[in-house]
Design a binder for this molecule. Structure first.
Ligand code: BES
Ligand code: MN
Ligand code: ZN
Length: 510
């Protein structure tokens, strides 16, 4: 007789606070490591090892000669190349670093990531104890190594009846006399936030609807000094959030507006974060084609990023006032769904002609941006998987950045560089702005397919108060890795945007 089916997964059992990362600690020696990661660069035309301390050298035998042993394995110092040296009880992984000894934090983040990602691939012995020896001599370098190592240790886990065993038990990082425990903690906090954002984004839409994401956020933030406020569909109707209600109106699972507030003592600046939280984007009556439907559970990656970043900002106690909004809805088709041609009234009274129900992201963001003006912030940053056009323009690994002033673009680009994320500025031109005019409402939600990323940004800008600095990050490309894992980036959800937002908050902290 058949046994009743157990649900594979229940989102209430998924505790994001326990997104399990390996233990990470500062170590002085390689101890009982199963894998030791070192670097291999070219200096003055010769292969040179990075991080091969006398202790590591001795792994090959009493006299050393690690470089010669690696050369026998065909070791190459080229970036991304990796060479294994299996020794009794331990394996050395030499990661190619290219031909400069002047390594940026991102070089180190990638090198640590490549090493750890390869370490996760071996199963015996399991789980592995990895030591990363890459001569991290400053706190910025150490933080980057910790981030790269942890980010590479985590990835998409299939929802199977018998979940796979964890591959890595612990990561030891060899620092220097100038590196601190604080830098290690900062790296751990950042990596944890990215991995939680990934885990939420990877959850299929049947297991993560609007109220589930809200509950995940509550659970995750319960130990932080972050105020959590949630508007349900009745509160949304009362307050006039006509965009979010329209987009979420077709779903049996009603929309939510999540608002978080972290207001530490000593904060001089006020940063507002806004993240697109479409837990599933069917396109609505402008139904998406089959291949696009398959991965549209990830359309809440922006909301995941801002919630997770808020956690890290609070956990690290950065002295900046952060208010975070996540407009969360499921865009479905039904008798109560919104239609092309409908006119919607946004929170600030602006009316919008809904040209295409697949433009749901800008509609829910408009409501949240209009609400955010009431907080009178110094800077508003929204993050959204907003347009396929941005992916066409910049590819899958570079996010779009659009702002209402160049100084803000520079501020975001600096933060992204520190964080090791790539964004490229796109313009909001007068011609594109002129396309917002509608014959039946204040604005239209779409024009044509030309400059689609720019039009969406122009639409959003309309809801930001004059005089407020604003940046829009379109992460439709980098939020989702449809190829294999690379560097410290796993397949599927990547946690894009989280690190840039944390670095931005750090730059604003007093
Ligand atoms: N969520 C999509 C954008 C998207 C596309 C994200 C690909 C990730 C990967 C968004 O809601 C959308 O559907 N945008 C439309 C806009 C169009 C109707 C103007 C698009 O990009 O086609
Ligand atoms: Mn859409
Ligand atoms: Zn969408």
């Amino acid at each position: 007789m058949a046994t009743p089916q157990q649900p594979l997964f229940d989102s209430t059992q998924f505790d994001p606070g326990r997104t399990e990362l390996p233990q990470v600690e500062l170590v002085k020696s390689i101890g009982k490591a199963s894998d030791v990661i070192v670097g291999l660069a070219t200096s003055k035309g010769r292969p040179t090892l990075i991080g091969a301390s006398p202790e590591v050298e001795r792994l090959v035998g009493r006299g050393g000669q690690l470089l010669a042993a690696l050369a026998e394995q065909g070791a190459q110092p080229e970036i991304d190349k990796i060479t294994y040296l299996n020794l009794p009880g331990v394996r050395v992984l030499a990661v190619g670093l290219g031909d400069s000894l002047d390594l940026s934090p991102e070089d180190l983040r990638r090198a640590a990531g490549i090493g750890v990602r390869h370490a996760t691939a071996s199963t015996s012995p399991s789980p592995r104890r990895v030591v990363v020896s890459l001569e991290a001599s400053s706190d910025a370098q150490l933080q980057a190594v910790v981030e790269g190592a942890l980010l590479a240790s985590h990835g998409f886990v299939p929802l199977r009846r018998n979940p796979p065993a964890r591959a890595i038990e612990s990561i030891g990082v060899i620092g220097s006399s100038r590196t601190s425990q604080q830098a290690l903690e900062a790296g751990r906090s950042v990596a944890q936030a990215v991995c939680v954002a990934r885990d939420w984004t990877n959850l299929p839409a049947n297991l993560l609807g609007p109220s589930d994401l809200v509950e995940q956020a509550r659970t995750y933030l319960k130990d932080q000094r972050v105020e959590v406020e949630v508007l349900d569909e009745r509160a949304l109707a009362k307050a006039g959030f006509g965009g979010l209600l329209a987009v979420g109106g077709g779903s049996a699972r009603p929309p939510r507006l999540l608002r978080l507030d972290f207001h530490p003592r000593g904060a001089r600046k006020h940063l507002v974060l806004v993240g697109k939280g479409i837990t599933y984007d069917s396109g609505g009556y402008n139904l998406k084609p089959a291949e696009s439907l398959l991965t549209m559970k990830h359309d809440m990656a922006g909301a995941a990023a801002v919630i997770a970043a808020t956690h890290a900002i609070a956990e690290r106690g950065l002295a900046v006032h952060v208010t975070t909004y996540a407009p969360i809805a499921e865009s479905m088709i039904s008798g109560t769904a919104y239609r092309p041609g409908d006119v919607l009234t946004i929170y600030n009274g602006t009316t919008v002609e809904n040209i295409d129900s697949d433009c749901e992201g800008r509609i829910v963001l408009a409501d949240a941006l209009a609400r955010a003006n009431e907080d009178r912030p110094d800077l508003v940053v929204d993050v959204a998987t907003l347009t396929g056009a941005c992916v066409v323009a910049l590819g899958t690994r570079v996010g779009g950045l659009m702002t209402n002033e160049d100084a803000t673009a520079d501020q975001l680009l600096d933060a992204a560089e520190i964080a090791g994320e790539e964004f490229w500025q796109l313009p909001i031109t007068a011609q594109i702005r002129s396309q917002l005019a509608s014959e039946v409402a204040d604005l239209r939600s779409k024009k044509d397919r030309f400059g689609g990323a720019l039009f969406a940004a122009a639409f959003l800008q309309h809801f930001v108060a004059d005089g407020t600095s604003w940046a829009h990050l379109d992460i439709a490309g980098p939020a989702w890795n449809r190829e294999g894992a690379h560097d410290y980036v796993p397949t599927q959800a990547t946690g894009a945007g989280v690190r840039t937002l944390i670095a931005l908050a750090q730059s604003m902290a007093g």
